[in-house]
Design a protein around this ligand. Structure first.
Ligand code: PNS
Length: 167
């Protein structure tokens, strides 16, 4: 059985992330979307548990039924490779939006491979129509009352509009 972990902050999840996780679910038997706090990013807009709730709703809303059944959502802390080992995952999934993502993603992929040679990173090119999206821009637009419904699923947009600062 091929198991992959798709790690990230998902603060909040966007159509870009949802596209990547659906395509990964078509390729692997199970995909575990692992949500964590990235200490390199400014203070998160929502708690990990809120993010998990909204991600599950977003997947129910957008993901085809056969693929949805292969995706699980969990939180974790510590190293991504340790989480992979705990879940018997031998792949890490990441999305690449543009060449600007490449340098840091390449560094992470090589570092993770050094730490866990049995875990390989697989990159999906983010769909062209979502390649401009970023969670931080979505939060900024929502904070100023802008319309983010082309960028995030209804479950996310609803929460952002009731509280522009978070989910
Ligand atoms: O969505 P993000 O914030 O860009 O995801 C970054 C993430 C979660 C992939 C990265 O920060 C990560 O893997 N963090 C866990 C700690 C870890 O394993 N660090 C070593 C990475 S080489």
């Amino acid at each position: 059985m091929k198991v992959a972990v798709y790690p990230g902050s998902f603060d909040p999840i966007t159509f870009g992330h949802l596209d990547v996780v659906s395509r990964a679910a078509a390729m692997f038997d199970r995909v575990i979307l692992g949500v964590l706090v990235n200490p390199h990013k400014s203070s998160p807009a929502s708690s990990l548990q809120d993010r998990v709730t909204v991600i599950r709703e977003a997947l129910d809303e957008t993901c085809p039924h056969d693929l949805r059944g292969r995706i699980e959502v969990e939180t974790f802390d510590g190293l991504t490779v340790d989480f992979c080992r705990k879940r018997d995952a031998t792949f890490i999934v990441r999305g690449l939006r543009a060449i600007s993502d490449f340098e840091s993603e390449l560094q992470m992929a090589h570092t993770n491979r050094k730490l866990a040679p049995e875990v390989d990173t697989v990159f999906f090119m983010t769909a062209l129509e979502h390649s401009y999206l970023s969670s931080s821009l979505v939060k900024e637009i929502a904070a100023f009352g802008g319309d983010v419904r082309q960028m995030v699923p209804e479950a996310v947009a609803r929460r952002l509009s009731t509280d522009g600062r978070g989910l």
